[in-house]
Each structure stands twice: as C-alpha cells, then as structure tokens.
Design a protein around this ligand. Structure first.
Ligand SMILES: Cc1cc2nc3c(=O)[nH]c(=O)nc-3n(C[C@H](O)[C@H](O)[C@H](O)COP(=O)(O)OP(=O)(O)OC[C@H]3O[C@@H](n4cnc5c(N)ncnc54)[C@H](O)[C@@H]3O)c2cc1C
Length: 438
C-alpha cells in the first residue's frame, strides 16, 4: 500500500491564458529556474505532469516506511544546493564516510580517516589485506583521489577527458582495489560498470564526496523539491504538455501564450518536445526491504567485492536515518543496475544480501521496488557541460542533461536557464545567493 506524503501545494487545474514564462516540468531544474524568475518578479507558470514536484527526486510513505523513488543521497557540499536550499531546515541525516566491502573472505571497512576516525583501525587492517590491492595500487589510488579532491573545477575541466576506466588504468589503479571497491562503488553513482563515463565527471563526484557528507533529509528526498516548490505559487500539477513552440504551450488542460517557454523535462521528454538529439540514460532499480532486526549496526554503504550477484550496493538506511522507519524495524535499500529487472533478479538480490550481511535474509519483507529505466543521464567522455540553454525565438531548455547528472547539475541548469530567459526579456540576472555555511 502506498500512502502519499504530506499534501502538496495544490493549484487549480484551470490554466491562465497567458504568462510571461511557462516552465514545463517541476523537477529540480524547472523549480530552480522558476524560483529565480519569480525572484525577479516574473509571472511564471509551471506545468507538471505528475501529482507532486520533484521529478526523479520523490518519496512515498509505504506502510509507514519512507521510500525514496530510488535510493539516492543529497550532498550538502554541492555549492548550488547550499545556495538555493535552506539545508538546515531539511534536518539532514548523514551517512558515514566509509564503505564496507563484503566478500567470501570476510568484510573490510574503508573509511575516510578525517571524517570517520573511529574506523581508522578497521581501515588500516583492511588495507593490509591482499583483497584491498597492492601497495602500488593503493598509492596510485591515493594520488588520484587527492588530485580530484584538491583540484579546482576549472583545473579538472582543462585536463583531456577519457572514459574513467581507461584513465584509472593509465594511473596504475588497475588491480583488486579497483575491481572490489571502486568499480562497484562508482556503478551505483554512474549507473554503469563498464568504465565508459567521463573521467572528469567521476573526478567531480570524488571531489564532492570528499568535501561533503552525503545525507538524506528527515522527511525523505521529497523534502528537497517541496522546499523549492513552497515558494512558487503558480505550479499546476497533473498537466501534461503536448507541444511547446515559440509563444505558446499546448497541454491536456489547455493552451497558454507565453513570451518565453522553458522545457525542463527529463532528457527524453526534452528531445521529444524540442526535437533535440537523443540523450542516453541509464536504469537503476532499488529494492526496499524491511527486517525486524537490522542485519548490521553499520550505516555505511556495503558493496560486494566478489560481485556474487546483481547487487551494486546496499545500506541499512534506518541505521543512519531513523526517520525512514516507523518503528524498531530496519529499512534496507539495495540497488542493482538496469531499470527493468525480472523475478530471477529479485531472488538473486535476496540471496546475495545474505552473503553481504552474513545473515539469513528469509525474514526480509519487500516493501517496494523502484524500477527506473531512465534514472541517470549518461555522462560519456568527453564531458559536455554547460550545453546551450537558449534555443532561439524565446525557447529554452533546462535539466541535468544540459549540465551534469546530479542534483547540482539540475539546479545549476535551472539557474543558467533563468539567466538566459531574463537576458532575452531585457532584464538583469538575479544576483547569486551566497553559498550558505550550514
Ligand atoms: C535512483 C536515482 C538515484 C540518483 N542518485 C543521485 C544521487 O545520489 N546524487 C545526485 O546528485 N543525483 C542523483 N540522481 C540524479 C538526480 O536525481 C537527477 O539528476 C535530477 O533530479 C534531475 O532533475 P531534472 O529536473 O533535470 O529532471 P527530472 O527530475 O526528470 O524532472 C523532469 C520533470 O518534468 C516532468 N515532465 C516530463 N515531461 C513532461 C510533460 N510533457 N509535461 C509536463 N511535465 C513533464 C516530469 O514529470 C518531471 O517532474 C539520482 C536519480 C535517480 C532516479
């Protein structure tokens, strides 16, 4: 049974006949764009096909458990997150800066010693084991990660880009550490385990992991778009846009004339509405299981170093985010690659979880399965960020596919598009908010 979260800001389905700007889509990009325009006093109308804001960032309450639509984390180190969100109001529940690597030879813990000093002895012991790679590979990895963490974004972008698998091989990160830890870890963030995504993008991810502690809001990831939507009066939910052209938008609820039209849909929707080239996406499936007891006390992300099944990563989310469970039961989020799993995958997941947690899983109860075929926008090398957002004749496009496949990328694209719209309307850009220290 799926219950909805708190009521959304509902707007009458009857649409105005005209607006200064129509934004199609109330995902993070559309919301960020509309918010900037509203701050400038623009009459902006947002049309959203779904019944609530968020797009790929939503949550539902299922039998009392908070299940995000696919396991995901908010990194409060993202500069745009700290500019546009009141991060304090989200009551973030942080995850440890550590990964548990399960395998037939037992479990290893690899932690960032600065942020999880208590795990230092376990990390040191894990590094001494052969399964963590040779000293040569560990040193090469440390050099690579430090470079990514310290380099400025412009520096990363000035390097020539390669598929990340090739880039790591060239740097000598090519043994057990890579196969057992780095590949499964990155697979969950990139939606692929073939090493084909942009090395520049991977370095941006590493940079943000080192600088911030990925977390989930107390009320679930839905709290992020809901906070943005709360400041926007003109969102119309349940309205599907059928065509967008200079000066007007046609939807199943009527037509709106507009001086500017922003298409802030998912990448496939944008290609369909605007005739843009197709964008490759990657699927992810998350299984949410409840268990009377947590299979581990750890709140760290677990990966299977021996790749004994389809699981890419798994975490007892309620260990670090108690608000995700209504009672003493544990909630476990497990992710596999691909957005259309079959029953065999589901069985294989449960069997592999028993190996990873070294606990029987027959009392795990499946709360929900989120199969999302277009979860992540592919980021192939060479990376193309800051793609044009102005298409001419008052038509604009926003979305993570114009910047990077992340919360940060979606929010930045919304801001860039708002600036472009304001320029076209002959208005100055809204000054950037300072990056909040919280
Ligand atoms: C499972 C999963 C895990 C993720 N993990 C992370 C993570 O850990 N960290 C991270 O930074 N990012 C993560 N992401 C990526 C991040 O969520 C996205 O990059 C971001 O939310 C994209 O926002 P967007 O506004 O560009 O697009 P979307 O969220 O896709 O928003 C598009 C909106 O347009 C609406 N729409 C589409 N067509 C129409 C139409 N014709 N008419 C009206 N409305 C329409 C849709 O309903 C939707 O609301 C994850 C995503 C998923 C799914």
């Amino acid at each position: 049974m799926t219950e909805q979260g708190p009521p959304q800001s509902t707007a009458p389905r009857e649409l105005p006949r005209a607006a200064d700007v129509v934004v199609v889509g109330a995902g993070l990009a559309g919301l960020a764009c509309a918010r900037q325009l509203a701050r400038r006093g623009i009459d902006v109308v947002v049309l959203e096909a779904a019944d609530a804001p968020g797009g790929r960032v939503r949550s539902d309450t299922v039998g009392g458990f908070v299940c995000d639509r696919g396991f995901q984390l908010l990194n409060p180190a993202y500069p745009e997150v700290r500019r546009v969100l009141d991060v304090g109001a989200l009551r973030l529940q942080p995850f440890p800066a550590a990964v548990v690597v399960a395998g037939a030879q037992g479990r290893q813990v690899l932690a960032d010693p600065r942020r999880s000093p208590g795990l230092l002895p376990l990390t040191a012991r894990s590094l001494l084991r052969e399964a963590s790679g040779s000293w040569r590979e560990q040193a090469a990895f440390a050099r690579w990660a430090l470079h990514a963490a310290r380099e400025k974004p412009e520096g990363i972008l000035s390097e020539s880009d390669l598929p990340w698998g090739e880039a790591l091989t060239r740097r000598g990160v090519d043994g057990a550490l890579r196969q057992r830890v780095i590949e499964p870890f990155l697979a969950g963030v990139l939606g692929e385990d073939e090493g084909v995504s942009s090395h520049q993008f991977v370095q941006f991810l590493v940079r943000s992991f080192v600088r911030g502690t990925p977390s989930v809001p107390w009320r679930g990831m839905r709290a992020v778009p809901e906070q943005l939507a709360a400041s926007l009066p003109g969102i119309h939910y349940g309205v599907r846009v059928e065509s967008a052209e200079p000066g007007r938008v046609r939807s199943d609820a009527g037509e709106i004339q507009a001086r500017a039209v922003v298409v802030a849909t998912d990448p496939k929707g944008a290609s369909a509405l605007l005739g843009l080239p197709p964008v490759q996406t990657r699927g992810l499936t998350t299984y949410w299981h409840a268990s009377p007891e947590p299979p581990t006390r750890s709140g760290a992300l677990h990966v299977d170093g021996d790749r004994r099944g389809p699981v890419i990563n798994t975490v007892v989310i309620s260990n670090r985010a108690p608000s995700y469970s209504p009672d003493e039961r544990a909630l476990i989020a497990t992710t596999v690659l691909g957005g259309s799993p079959d029953l065999a995958t589901e069985r294989a997941v449960t069997a592999q979880l028993a190996l990873i947690y070294e606990q029987p899983t027959h009392w795990f109860e499946l709360v929900r399965r989120d199969a999302i075929p277009d979860a992540l926008t592919a980021m192939p090398a060479p990376l193309e960020i800051r793609k044009p957002v102005s298409l001419g004749e008052g038509m604009f496009v926003a979305g993570d596919h114009r910047d990077t496949a992340s919360t940060q990328g979606a929010l930045v694209s919304g801001r860039r598009t708002a600036d472009a719209v304001l320029a076209e309307l002959g208005l100055p850009a809204v000054p950037r908010e300072p990056i909040s220290a919280r």
